[in-house]
Design a protein around this ligand. Structure first.
Ligand SMILES: C[S@@+](CC[C@H](N)C(=O)[O-])C[C@H]1O[C@@H](n2cnc3c(N)ncnc32)[C@H](O)[C@@H]1O
Length: 299
């Protein structure tokens, strides 16, 4: 008798394997892997449970990888972020839902009906800049990263999302590739993990996210110092910086912005209520002139 290759049978076996490996949400994960591989929807599984799984060996390999702790996105090579599909590679951080707070805050700074030049420092998959450009059709962007391999993935994502004509991806050590006074909004989710804590991170992060994307130096602030010190040169007057931060950096990073002369510094929280994004504005001398002008008129 030939083995039962029906979707429902194969799926049940996969759920049992993930359950035995203590993978959270085994039903959801087994279903997600099957849908991704077969190019079907969860409804297809329910509507046609007796149809055979076409890539059965590969599915079982995927389930084995997931059972061994490999993150889902590293198996499928894809991750959804801001409702868009992104390719991930060994050279890129797996985009995190928490980073969607940075996209939300950046969008609030960018009018929908005006041109705007945006730079994303440490772009990885390009998820931040591409999500922003997707929602702001008048904006153009620069995605910078020191990793050539990450930049290839970011470019592939821009092509896939049809955004290549409004973004350029450039190899750069932090902001070095940007021209002075050329940017309206600078966004970044830089590496911010304290070096000595990397070894204690969850195994899925430690083993699968590139260390270049995690390592923030002895106090986790190396990248912020490099970025915050040079951002005033590349921002236009009145331009904004928007930085993702670690949950315990809600004091230290705003202090760096303050020292660098930024105004209107604010901290914003993620859905769990933890500090997640810091904003600051470069002073605009013409605003000061206007204020002084008003003062003189009064006097
Ligand atoms: C935390 S990851 C963020 C990736 C992506 N923006 C995201 O939010 O998913 C930090 C990124 O900074 C890049 N990076 C590390 N050092 C850098 C440097 N000196 N100059 C530019 N980028 C750097 C890493 O390659 C990595 O892609």
């Amino acid at each position: 008798m030939s083995p039962d290759t029906a979707r429902q049978t194969i799926l049940r076996a996969a759920v049992a394997r993930l359950q035995a490996a203590n993978i959270p949400s085994p039903v959801w994960e087994a279903r997600h892997l099957l849908c991704d591989l077969e190019g079907i929807t969860p409804t297809d599984i329910i509507a046609y449970p007796d149809r055979p799984v076409r890539h059965i060996t590969q599915y079982q390999d995927w389930v084995a990888l997931r059972a061994s702790g490999v993150p889902m996105s590293r198996i499928t090579g894809r991750r959804n972020f801001w409702g868009l599909d992104f390719h991930v590679s060994p050279a890129t951080l797996d985009p995190r839902m928490d980073s969607e707070v940075l996209v939300r805050e950046a969008l609030a700074l960018i009018p929908g009906d005006q041109k705007c030049d945006i730079a994303d420092i440490g772009t990885g998959t390009g998820c931040l800049i591409l999500a922003v450009l997707h929602d702001r059709p008048m904006a153009t962007g620069h995605g910078l990263d020191i990793s050539k391999e990450a930049l290839k993935t970011a470019q592939a994502n821009a092509d896939y999302l049809g955004l290549s004509d409004r973004v350029r991806f450039v190899e750069s050590n932090w902001l070095s590739a940007l021209k002075p006074d050329s940017i309206d909004v600078l966004i970044s989710n830089p590496p911010y993990i304290v070096q000595s804590e990397i070894q204690h991170l969850d195994q899925a992060v430690r083993d699968h996210d590139p260390v270049l994307a995690l390592d923030g130096g002895a106090d986790g602030l190396d990248a912020y110092r490099a970025i915050v010190e040079t951002t005033p040169k590349v921002l236009r007057p009145g331009g904004w910086i928007a930085l993702e931060i670690g949950w315990d950096q809600g004091q230290t990073v705003p202090n760096l912005l303050d020292k660098a002369g930024f105004l209107r510094i604010s901290c914003h929280q993620d859905t769990a209520g933890r500090d997640r994004v810091v904003l600051g504005q470069k002073p605009d001398p013409s605003d000061l002139k206007k204020t002084l002008g008003k003062g003189r008129a009064k006097g």
